[in-house]
Design a protein. Structure first.
Ligand SMILES: Cc1ncc(COP(=O)(O)O)c(C=O)c1O
Length: 333
């Protein structure tokens, strides 16, 4: 198979570091697992985060197809939209963001700060869609209208999660496997947020491909386990079929939906505890929508013994820092 093209956006490899003070804080009542972090918040591009890796494949495909603008979909505080806007700017492309008002009861800074502010600084055009709007249908109509005007738009799906975008996380798992080997670290568990599913799918495809025995725990930030598993499963198959292989990883697909709380983008007490604990033990910032909930999932897996003493867990930090500035009241208690 010919390898899909990529461009360079992210600063790689991202750091792979131990979190000894976090592990120590969990071990007050007995031995704790060893906790490491894969710092994809440090991909650098446009403030960092997981989308930089996916966009390396997706923007390369857009350029190959002669696109003159990128169109994508997300929530008002989408990190993916922010990084897409920056990637478009970097490559002299136009950018249209179709952002749905999907998170109830959030006003004020949610609409003006964080990723919203950055989208505007990167020069993207923003179209707000009402809650409940069929964003996929609107995106298709928008693509047709733009083409009729003579534009060459390229549509990137929500979260950059198609097979091509997700392939970047198969590569990222290879990067982690090399780092772990160099550190003499045997990984038993990986914990990652599961949103549109591509990050989880790519990591799982990489684990399957490398024949590793570690478990990948996707912590859902929006959907039920069943819905998320179906999405991730399709993406894993898509990644393998890009490489001409008929494979899946369904039997090892694990999604935990216990941290979703009232819904996508809605704060939970466990998320706040996780954000504050990691900030106060390790000086690392998580975000309220994805990594805060995923870390809450990790803490819960440790407390229930699903991740046991003597085991090693890697927390995959996927970025999202600008989101903190859209939720100030949650932390100003
Ligand atoms: C900071 C952050 N972490 C995690 C995710 C989830 O990744 P995925 O959509 O690939 O499941 C997102 C998605 O937008 C994100 O912005």
């Amino acid at each position: 198979m010919t390898r899909p093209d990529t461009i360079r956006l992210a600063t790689l490899p991202t750091p792979f570091e131990p979190l000894p003070r976090l592990a120590q804080s969990l071990g007050r009542n007995g031995p704790a697992p060893s906790i490491w972090i894969k710092r994809d918040d440090c991909t650098g591009f446009a403030g960092g985060g997981n989308k930089a890796r996916k966009l390396e494949y997706l923007v390369a495909d857009a350029l190959k197809r002669g696109a003159d603008m990128l169109v994508t979909i997300g929530a008002i505080q989408s990190n993916h939209a922010r990084q897409t806007a920056a990637a478009a700017a970097r490559h002299g492309l136009g950018c249209l963001l179709l952002l749905t008002d999907s998170v109830a009861n959030r006003d004020g800074t949610y609409r003006t700060n964080g990723n919203q502010l950055l989208d505007r600084i990167f020069g993207a055009e923003i179209r707000l869609l009402a809650a409940g709007a069929d964003s996929s249908a609107i995106a298709e109509e928008t693509m047709a209208a733009l083409a009729a005007e003579g534009r060459k738009p390229y549509l990137i799906p929500v979260g950059g999660s198609n097979a091509l975008g997700s392939l970047a996380y198969r590569d990222a798992l290879r990067e982690l496997a090399t780092q772990a080997k160099n550190e003499g670290c045997r990984i038993d568990h990986i914990v990652v947020p599961t949103g549109s599913g591509g990050t989880h799918a790519g990591i799982l495809a990489g684990v399957e491909e490398a024949g590793l025995s570690c478990r990948v725990h996707g912590i859902s930030v929006s959907r039920s386990s069943e819905q998320a598993r179906a999405i991730v499963s399709d993406l894993v198959q898509g990644i393998f079929s890009l490489e001409g292989e008929q494979r899946n990883a369904t039997s090892r697909l694990d999604v935990d939906d216990s941290q979703v709380g009232p819904g996508y983008g809605q704060p939970t007490a466990a998320m706040v505890e996780a954000v504050e604990t990691v900030a106060r033990t390790e000086g690392i910032l998580l975000d309220p929508v994805y990594t805060g909930k995923a870390m809450a999932g990790l803490l819960s897996l440790v407390r229930t013994g699903a991740i046991g003493p003597g085991e090693t867990v890697v927390f995959w930090h996927t970025g999202g820092l600008p989101g903190l500035f859209a939720y100030p009241e949650v932390f100003l208690r």
